[in-house]
Design a protein around this ligand. Structure first.
Ligand code: C2E
Ligand code: MG
Ligand code: MG
Ligand code: MG
Length: 288
């Protein structure tokens, strides 16, 4: 009887699974063609230093302009790109494009590129990054690579060696989405990160939940003792920014400063950047 129930359940779900698999396969086929068809774009989201109120860098965020689906979110296709290995050529395009754009910005501005765990499996990663730097002419210290805990979780020794080799190129390494993984503190001991990005889930609740304030305060002080920059991600309100400043984070990134925008808008934001942050605010509003 149990077996029969199981089969009924299976039959009931089968069409749904089929549909999902079909949609996934279709997305994968489209993804395989997207690079050649030049459907990817990079948007850039500025980061602001809290002691100077000036922009210090931008994070490059990939966008996929699909011919029929419109803009597809990276949250939707990056995991698929990871599974299929397509992230390797896509990631190479991202780092080369990001370096080529950033070289047009003032020297005080850096560019951050996200790396996913699968990119570390490709032995070419260090070579590709080195080549992106030399062919663009971007000073290595202006490039930042963001990794998540997943990178340190998988193939620990090999990935650590790759991280060291990347850092030896003269660039900087950030830990992204800090605080959401299992043993974040241990990772800080295993590799000398230059920057911690505090996950936006903590920032989202900073105005209402005292435990989030405590966590952000602890991370900011950790950053101070380790000599790391601490960036709060996902800052959307002036109240959040005030509290983050009070807790001692060094930098902020979020919709309050600006949404991710196409490269030309970054230059416009910089043009309008005054000495004070409030000058930036109307500029970013205008860009939405
Ligand atoms: P992430 O690296 O943590 O990037 C931050 C995400 O938060 C971005 O989403 C950004 O648009 C969003 N964000 C920034 N400020 C705010 C805010 O104030 N409020 C809210 N609600 N969200 C904010 P996005 O662009 O959709 O990217 C999602 C994730 O996809 C990224 O998370 C990153 O893990 C991945 N990703 C994006 N571009 C790339 C890429 O070129 N390569 C790889 N490997 N992964 C990428
Ligand atoms: Mg990131
Ligand atoms: Mg993040
Ligand atoms: Mg994330």
């Amino acid at each position: 009887r149990a077996k029969a129930d199981g089969r009924d359940t299976f039959r009931f779900f089968e069409p749904v699974m089929d549909e999902r698999l079909r949609a996934r396969r279709e997305l994968e086929l489209d993804l395989r063609k997207a690079l050649a068809l030049r459907q990817f774009e990079l948007h850039f989201q500025p980061q602001m230093n809290l002691s100077t109120d000036r922009l210090v860098g931008c994070e490059a965020l990939i966008r996929w302009r699909h011919p029929t689906r419109g803009m597809v979110s990276p949250a939707e296709f990056i995991p698929l790109a990871e599974e299929t290995g397509l992230i390797v050529p896509i990631g190479e395009w991202v780092v080369r494009t990001a370096c080529r754009e950033a070289v047009l910005w003032p020297e005080s501005l850096s560019v951050a590129v996200n790396l996913s765990p699968a990119q570390f499996k490709s032995r070419k990663l260090v070579e590709v990054v080195a080549s992106a730097l030399s062919s663009s002419g971007l000073a290595p210290r202006r490039l930042e690579l963001e990794i998540t805990e997943g990178v340190l979780l998988q193939e620990n020794e090999a990935n650590l060696a790759t991280l060291h080799a990347l850092r030896d190129l003269g660039l900087r390494i950030s830990m992204d989405d800090f605080g959401t993984g299992y043993s974040s503190l241990n990772y800080l001991r295993s590799f000398p990160f230059d920057k911690i990005k505090i996950d936006r889930s903590f920032v989202a609740d900073i105005s209402t939940k005292p435990d989030c304030v405590a966590i952000i305060r602890a991370i900011a002080s950790l950053g101070l003792s380790f000599g790391m920059t601490t960036v709060a991600e996902g800052v959307e309100t002036a109240d959040q920014m005030r509290r983050i400043r009070d807790e001692g984070c060094t930098d902020v990134q979020g919709y309050l400063i600006s949404r991710p925008v196409p490269a030309p808008d970054i230059l416009r934001l910089l043009d309008r950047q005054g000495a004070a942050a409030h000058v930036l605010q109307p500029a970013s509003e205008a860009l939405r």
